[in-house]
Design a protein. Structure first.
Length: 64
């Protein structure tokens, strides 16, 4: 599968797509819906990490 020209490369790609479709695979599935909760989860996790790191640094300077 080493193409020497663009046309050969496109022919190989077309053959691969045809074979995938024949086997039942969808080479270009529909786009998944956006999930806003993932952004909120990552943001919350980052805030917790930052607060934790800042509190560790601040406790170094506090004498109890």
């Amino acid at each position: 599968m080493s193409a020497q020209s663009v046309e050969e490369e496109l022919a190989e790609l077309a053959a691969l797509v045809e074979e995938a479709e024949r086997l039942g695979f969808d080479p270009w599935p529909p786009a998944k819906p956006e999930r806003p909760w993932a952004r909120w989860a990552i943001g919350s996790f980052m805030i917790i990490l930052m607060v934790s790191a800042v509190s560790k640094v601040m406790f170094r300077f506090v004498s109890i």
